[in-house]
Design a protein. Structure first.
Length: 694
C-alpha cells in the first residue's frame, strides 16, 4: 500500500521539477532547472512556492543550500509522495505530454478520433490539439499517414509493425534509458511500469517478461549487449500486449527459414508462458516477429554465427565506405583495425536493416551537433553504396564514431590533454585516468586534481577536455560529467567532443617536452618530489593494516564510523565526527562500490588527517552499499584511503596509484577479496615500496 491519496493540483512545470528532484540523489542547481525548462530563475522560484505548499501537505520540505535545492523528509513519506505524484491525474500537460497522449490514442484506436474529445481529455482547445497533431506529423514523419476528415475525425493509417515501432519509441521517450536502467537495477521497474506506463500497455508485466527472457538468454549460444537486451524486453512487452488486444501481425514470407533457427522454438515457449496458452496456439507470425528481434540483438565476436554471405557483404560495404570517407576527408583511413571494427559493426546492422528493426542511439544528438561534417560524409557514403533500404540516422551515428576514432588515431601529431576532477583527487580520479588511457590512447597528458584545486589549475594551463566524477554545477567552461567506471557511452561522448575540436586543438611541440640538462633549481625540485614520495610511502606502510570486521548487520554509515574509530590508535587527537562527515559527503557525489568487484573504496582529503592512511577491512558477511555507477552492489572488502588536505602533488600521485591497484589486475582484485590477511599485507607492502623505485 502506498498510503491514502491526497487530492492535489499542480502545474505541469512544477510537476516536472518535482519529478527531476525525486529522480536525483543529490541537490539540484537552480540555474540547471531554469535551463532545463527554458525559463528564468525567478520563474523557478515562483514555482517553488507552489511546490513548497504541496510538500508541506505530505510532511515534507523544500531544502535549500545556497543555489541548490532538494526535497527532504523521511524515506517512507518520500516514497508515498513519489507514487502519488506518479498516480496524479494531470490537470495540466506539457506540449510533449499532450503529443504523446494524442499519438498513444491514435495507436490504440482502430476508429477515428474526434478532436473535441481529445481537447476535453487534455483540457485545451481544439486549435491546440490541431497544432499538436501537426507537430506529431513532423516529428514522427507521419504527414501522409495521419488523415483528418471534417466531421469524421482523425486516424492513423499504418500497418501493425509500424505501430509497434512507434510504441517502442514512445516508451523510450517517456522513460529515458538511463532512468529505466537505474530503476531496473533497483528492481522498481515493474512498479513504475504499472504506475506510469499503463496508459500505453494495458497489462505490461515487464518484470515477468524479464525473468522469462533471462532463461532464454542463458540457453542461447551467444550473448547480447545490455542495450539490445532492454530493447528486446520492451519489444516482447508490446507483442504480448498487442496479442491480448487482438492485434496480430501478418505471417512473414521467410517464416520457413525462421522456423529452422534455435530462437524460434525458445520464443514459442516464452510467448506461450507469458500468454498462458498452449505452445501450438501462439500465432506463428508473433513468434517470427520476436525471433527476428532476438536474432537482431546478437552481440557477436569475430567468430560469430553470421552466414558467409553476410560476412562478405559486410566486408565489402566496410571497404567501400572507408574508401569514400578517405577520399572526402583527404586522409588514408585504410587500416586493418578500422576495417575489422566496421565489419563487426555492419554485420548486425545489415541484419537489422533487412528485417526493418529499429535501434536506439542515445548519443545521436551530440554526434550530429558536435561532429556535423563527418556525419554528412558518412551518411552520403552509406546512401550511395547501400541503396536497398533507407538507413536511419541512429545507425549512421554509430558508424561516425568508428571513423572519428580512426581520424583521431591517424593524426599522430596531436597530443591531447585531459583534466580529471574528483572530490579528493586520490581515489576515483586515478581509476578514471586508468580507464581513459586504455580507452582513448590519444590522451597523452592526464592530470588529476580535487574540486578545490580546479580554478587554480585552469588559470595555470588549458586542457583539451575536462572530465569530472562530480557535478560542477554552472561553470563558464564545458566539462563532461562521468561515472568513475567510465561506461562505453561516456567514452563515446568524450571521443565525439575531442573529434569536434579538430586535429589542431591541443597540438604540442614535442621538442619542448624533450629532456634537457637540469639546472640547480630543477635538481633540487626533483629531489624534493622524490623525498615527498618516500615520506608518503613510509606513512602508508606505517598505517597499513588488514582489520576484519565481524559484525553482521552494518549500514554504510555504521561502516564509516567503525573504520574512522579504528584510526584513533594512529591519530589519538582525530576528530571522528568531522572525518565521518567528510566521507559521508562522498555518497552525495558518487557511491563507494567498485563495479564488477566486491570492493568498496572510501577515500577523502581532509584537514583532520595529519598523515596518509591506507587500511583494508574484510567483512564476515557481504553488505549492500551504493556503487560508483549508481546501482547497489554487494561487497566483502572495504578500503580506506585518506590523505591530508595539503599533501603535495607527488604524494597525491603515490596515493592515487593505490586505487588503480583495485581495477587494473584481476589477480590483485581476487587477492584483496580473498580476505587472506598475511598474503594481502605482503603484497601491498611490496607494491608500496615499488612506487619509490618508479
Amino acid at each position: 500500500m502506498k498510503g491514502t491519496v491526497i487530492p492535489m493540483y499542480v502545474t505541469a512545470r512544477s510537476r516536472l521539477i518535482l519529478e527531476k528532484m525525486l529522480m536525483t540523489k543529490h541537490l539540484v542547481l537552480l540555474s540547471d532547472l531554469a535551463s532545463d525548462f527554458e525559463v528564468s530563475e525567478r520563474t523557478i522560484r515562483r514555482d517553488f512556492k507552489e511546490i513548497k505548499a504541496l510538500l508541506k501537505s505530505f510532511d515534507l520540505g523544500l531544502e535549500k543550500a545556497g543555489a541548490y535545492y532538494g526535497i527532504h523528509g523521511s524515506e517512507d513519506k518520500l516514497a508515498a509522495f513519489k507514487w502519488q505524484l506518479l498516480d496524479l491525474t494531470y490537470n495540466e500537460y506539457t506540449p510533449d505530454e499532450r503529443q504523446h497522449y494524442i499519438l498513444k490514442e491514435l495507436l490504440k484506436s482502430d476508429d477515428s478520433l474526434k478532436l473535441i474529445a481529445l481537447a476535453n481529455d487534455l483540457n485545451v482547445t481544439v486549435a491546440t490539439v490541431s497544432n499538436d497533431l501537426s507537430k506529431i506529423e513532423e516529428d514522427y514523419l507521419l504527414t501522409e499517414q495521419i488523415t483528418r476528415k471534417p466531421g469524421l475525425g482523425i486516424s492513423l493509417n499504418v500497418d501493425e509493425k509500424v505501430k509497434r515501432r512507434l510504441m517502442s519509441q514512445l516508451f523510450w521517450e517517456k522513460i529515458p534509458r538511463n532512468q529505466f536502467i537505474q530503476l531496473y537495477n533497483q528492481k522498481d521497474v515493474d512498479e513504475l511500469s504499472e504506475e506510469r506506463l499503463s496508459y500505453l500497455f494495458e497489462q505490461i508485466g515487464i518484470e515477468t517478461i524479464e525473468d522469462s527472457l533471462e532463461d532464454i538468454r542463458q540457453a542461447l549460444s551467444y550473448d547480447m549487449s545490455d542495450d539490445a537486451y532492454f530493447n528486446l524486453v520492451i519489444h516482447i512487452t508490446i507483442t504480448v500486449d498487442r496479442i491480448r488486444s487482438g492485434q496480430t501481425l501478418a505471417l512473414p514470407e521467410d517464416i520457413a527459414d525462421l522456423r529452422e533457427h534455435e530462437e524460434f522454438a525458445l520464443t514459442r515457449g516464452l510467448l506461450a508462458s507469458l500468454l498462458s496458452l498452449p505452445p501450438l496456439e501462439v500465432p506463428e507470425s508473433e513468434i517470427a516477429f520476436v525471433t527476428t528481434h532476438l536474432r537482431g540483438a546478437k552481440h557477436l565476436t569475430d567468430s560469430g554465427t553470421f552466414s558467409e554471405n553476410e560476412q562478405i557483404q559486410a566486408v565489402t560495404l566496410a571497404s567501400q565506405l572507408i574508401n569514400y570517407v578517405s577520399e572526402q576527408t583527404d586522409r588514408d583511413l585504410n587500416s586493418e583495425m578500422l576495417l575489422k571494427g566496421l565489419t563487426a559493426h555492419l554485420r548486425p546492422t545489415l541484419r537489422r536493416l533487412t528485417n526493418q528493426l529499429s535501434i536506439n542511439n542515445p548519443l545521436l544528438g551530440s554526434i550530429q551537433r558536435d561532429y556535423p561534417k563527418l556525419f554528412k560524409i558518412v551518411r552520403a557514403g552509406f546512401d550511395s553504396i547501400y541503396r536497398d533500404i533507407p538507413v536511419p540516422d541512429e545507425e549512421i551515428g554509430y558508424l561516425v564514431l568508428h571513423f572519428g576514432a580512426a581520424i583521431l588515431q591517424d593524426d599522430q601529431q596531436v597530443q591531447l590533454s585531459a583534466l580529471v576532477v574528483c572530490a579528493s583527487g586520490i581515489g576515483t580520479s586515478k581509476m578514471l585516468v586508468t580507464r581513459l588511457r586504455k580507452a582513448i590512447p590519444q590522451l597523452k597528458q592526464l592530470k588529476t586534481i580535487s574540486l578545490f584545486e580546479l580554478e587554480r589549475t585552469l588559470e595555470q594551463q588549458p586542457f583539451d577536455v575536462i572530465v569530472s566524477t562530480i557535478d560542477l554545477g554552472e561553470v563558464p567552461y564545458r566539462y563532461i560529467h562521468v561515472s568513475p567506471i567510465l561506461t562505453e557511452r561516456e567514452i563515446s561522448q568524450i571521443e565525439v567532443y575531442l573529434q569536434s575540436k579538430g586535429s589542431t586543438y591541443g597540438r604540442k611541440n614535442r621538442q619542448e617536452n624533450q629532456q634537457t640538462n637540469l639546472s640547480k633549481r630543477e635538481a633540487v625540485h626533483l629531489l624534493e618530489t622524490k623525498h615527498s614520495a618516500i615520506e608518503t610511502v613510509i606513512s602508508l606502510i606505517d598505517s597499513f593494516e588488514v582489520i576484519p570486521i565481524t559484525e553482521t548487520k552494518l549500514s554504510p554509515n555504521s561502516i564509516i564510523r567503525a573504520m574512522c574509530t579504528n584510526l584513533l590508535s594512529h591519530q589519538p587527537a582525530l576528530d571522528i565526527e568531522a572525518l565521518v562527515k567528510a566521507l559521508t559527503i562522498r555518497e552525495e557525489w558518487s557511491g563507494f562500490g567498485i563495479t564488477n568487484t566486491k570492493i568498496a573504496l572510501f577515500h577523502a582529503r581532509t584537514a583532520e588527517i595529519k598523515a596518509p592512511v591506507f587500511q583494508l577491512f574484510p567483512l564476515k558477511n557481504e553488505v549492500q552499499i551504493p556503487g560508483m555507477d549508481g546501482s547497489q552492489v554487494m561487497v566483502n572488502t572495504l578500503v580506506l584511503l585518506l590523505a591530508p588536505e595539503k599533501l603535495d602533488s607527488r604524494g597525491l600521485e603515490v596515493m592515487s596509484q593505490i586505487s588503480s591497484l583495485l581495477i587494473e589486475d584481476p589477480e590483485t582484485i581476487a587477492l584483496i577479496q580473498s580476505g587472506k590477511i598475511s598474503e594481502i599485507s605482503d603484497f601491498v607492502i611490496q607494491r608500496l615500496v615499488s612506487f619509490i623505485d618508479n
